[in-house]
Design a protein around this ligand. Structure first.
Ligand SMILES: [Zn+2]
Length: 476
């Protein structure tokens, strides 16, 4: 090195300080373009996280209680208040709107503010809220949505749709008078996103919402599309750009995943006419549909090629559905599948420029109760030692997991001593008879790692998680 020999101690110190300033400047320049991977477990309340942790640990041969799901290792945590502006116990539409727009709103509406009443199309058109995915598209970033539910279902639709009714998923379920006023169904909003070049990665279920009712489903011979306006939105989406690619089965996803470089262009994969399979049933799917982990891996591979950064929403959409059916088996299986997807992200992204946020939109009424011994099967009946069930006040065994309400209600408590409560179709008992078990209103958890993760702390209003993600994407 050609350094002047007369440098004093002060000079060296000054140079060191200059180096530090340069390093800081470089770091702040790099920190501007950041990525956000937002994982949402639909209905993944804290009791679901605890039970899934035990379930996963026991599946690995351990007692289970000491096990950690991938996101339970994250350094930053908050409790999240989930209520909608007009509902103590919320739904997925109002909550995803809070999460991706920064404003709480009413139950059942998507991407519109609190002034919009359910079904009021005219008010919805005047009161839309920009979403994180739209802001990212406007800034030239990459965007993606992944869900095991229909891609037009409340949570994924929250990224791109604005509607006064979450059920307006296709033209068939959108009232004609609303369409006449200019309100468009959710599927048609997805393929015509008016920001940037539209979503870059779209992976999930729900292809019937994009296909006309006279068109045969590629996977199931007896099923057709759902649209009553004759439009084939998948074909329209493909025709709008020669670089777009579409898949309806897992074999194409495997090819895309095997490619050593990102697949050129934008990707859409719609793997079921309605929701995708539960993780517990996925292996039996005729279309060999991909796991949540593989869809996450494909989306990250595609989006991480974007130098401007990216926003990716990944929903484990069916934890909620299994709970509504009082079927803890599938709810826990889908929660573990979410943990697998999060672990993939932790292992494969750079946390210095990427925020990984994991939360739920709302809870469910499942409780973990009784005094089961350590290591008692989480789906089993409560036992003090193997083969010795604890009995209720009427002398009958009972399960550790049960629901406050739902289809598991029985007029007479059944004798479970000869029932396999760990079977995949078992419905846990519910106290109040209801066709579908309901959401629950206590706080959910938010787990964060990586860029700006320390902003997740304390007890937070759900819409403040928007700011955490916004700051990670666009700088503070
Ligand atoms: Zn639900």
């Amino acid at each position: 090195m050609n350094q002047p020999s007369h440098w004093t101690h002060a000079c060296w110190q000054g140079a060191a300080q200059l180096g530090l300033v340069l390093a800081l400047l470089l770091a702040s320049a790099q920190s501007y373009a950041k990525n956000v991977i937002f994982f949402l477990g639909d209905g993944m309340g804290i009791s679901t996280v605890t039970a899934a942790r035990i379930y996963a640990g026991q599946a690995g041969g351990a007692t289970g209680e000491e096990y950690s799901l991938a996101f339970e290792e994250f350094p930053h945590l908050a409790l999240i208040k989930t209520y909608n502006t007009d509902a103590q116990v919320p739904d997925s539409a109002g909550t995803i709107t809070a999460l991706v727009t920064g404003e709480k709103t009413r139950i059942g509406v998507l991407g519109v503010n609190d002034s919009v009443a359910r079904d009021d199309c005219a008010a919805a058109l005047r009161n839309t809220l920009p979403t994180l995915a739209e802001l990212a598209e406007q800034a030239g970033m990459g965007t993606g949505i992944v869900s095991t539910a229909r891609i037009t279902h409340a949570t994924p639709a929250g990224a791109y749709a604005h509607t006064p009714n979450r059920n307006w998923e296709s033209s068939a379920t959108t009232p004609d008078d609303a369409e006449a006023l200019g309100c468009r169904d959710i599927a048609s909003q997805l393929v015509a996103m008016p920001f940037g070049d539209g979503l870059d990665v779209i992976l999930g279920g729900g292809r019937r919402e994009f296909m006309p009712s006279d068109t045969q489903d590629p996977e199931y011979s007896g099923k057709q599309g759902a649209r009553d306006d004759g439009r084939h939105l998948i074909d329209e989406w493909l025709a709008a750009d020669a670089n777009r690619r579409y898949a309806w089965n897992g074999d194409t996803v495997a090819e895309w995943l095997a490619s050593p470089t990102p697949v050129p262009g934008q990707l859409m994969g719609l793997f079921e006419p309605s929701h995708m399979q539960y993780e517990a049933d996925r292996a039996r799917d005729p279309g060999n549909e991909p796991s949540l982990r593989d869809m996450t891996a494909l989306a990250v591979k595609q989006l991480s090629a974007r130098e401007e950064g990216y926003f990716l929403l990944v929903e484990a959409g069916r934890i909620d559905h299994a709970h509504h059916f009082s079927n803890a088996f599938r709810a826990l299986g889908d929660t573990v599948a979410l943990s697998d997807a999060v672990q993939w992200a932790v292992d494969n992204v750079d946390l210095t420029d990427t925020l990984i946020l994991v939360t739920a939109d709302h809870s469910h009424t499942m409780t973990i109760s009784g005094y089961p011994r350590r290591g008692n099967p989480i789906l089993g009946t409560v036992e003090t030692e193997p083969g010795k069930p604890m009995l209720d006040a009427t002398g009958k065994p009972y399960t550790t997991l049960s629901y406050a309400n739902g289809p598991g209600y029985r007029k007479q408590r059944p004798d479970l001593s000869k029932v396999d409560t760990q079977a995949r179709n078992f419905q846990q008992l519910g106290t109040v008879p209801m066709q579908a078990e309901t959401h629950a209103g206590e706080d959910v958890a938010a787990f964060a790692a990586g860029a700006n993760a320390s902003a997740v702390r304390g007890v937070m209003e759900q819409n403040r998680l928007f700011n955490v993600m916004y700051d990670a994407l666009f700088g503070q």
